[in-house]
Design a protein around this ligand. Structure first.
Ligand code: SF4
Length: 169
């Protein structure tokens, strides 16, 4: 699997400080996708060594590791297990409506459903997407708000700060 970059966010998982891995080669092709840079097979190959090196500077102060995509690659399960070994929570954002039981077993949180522009994302009351706390078996859609600040980094560690109005993913 390839990773376009990482970001630190307070928005993607309610109540959690998240380190997000943006995985490319997304097969879902949602009309209205705001993240088309994730459609092609670009970015750095996310080896276990690179993954661990990207986690290391943040693992003491983040609470959750989030994957934007990657459920199509068997390596995802190992990466989720590594996060759990470090006592971190885990989350997957997928455009699919379902993921395998093997992946669910390694997740604390799961966002499902393709982005449909006419229904909106997680901050929309009409959305088709669902955000689950799998450990508590509760739906958390109500907890999403707009306009949190996000720090973004590429895999070389360069940082930007930007306003995030909610990912379409
Ligand atoms: S919204 Fe997310 S799942 Fe859908 S095409 Fe874009 S990156 Fe893929």
């Amino acid at each position: 699997m390839r990773c376009l970059g990482t970001s630190i966010s307070l928005q993607e998982v309610p109540g959690e400080i998240s380190l997000i891995f943006q995985i490319t080669n997304c097969p879902h092709r949602c009309p209205g996708c705001h993240s088309k840079e994730l459609w092609t097979n670009t970015g750095d190959e996310l080896t276990e060594n690179l993954y661990r090196s990207l986690l290391l500077p943040y693992e003491e102060f983040i609470s959750t590791v989030v994957f934007f995509g990657g459920e199509w690659d068997s390596e995802l399960i190992r990466f989720l297990q590594i996060a759990k070994e470090k006592k971190l929570k885990t989350c997957l954002f997928t455009g699919a409506d379902h993921v395998s039981d093997e992946i669910r077993h390694e997740l604390t949180f799961l966002k499902t459903g393709p982005y449909k522009e006419e229904l909106g994302g997680l901050d929309s009351l009409s959305t088709n997407q669902r955000f689950w706390d799998l450990e508590k078996n509760i739906l958390l859609n109500h907890a999403f708000i707009k306009n949190n600040i996000t720090q973004t980094h590429n895999t070389q560690g360069e940082m930007n700060v930007e306003t995030n109005e909610g990912a379409s993913c």
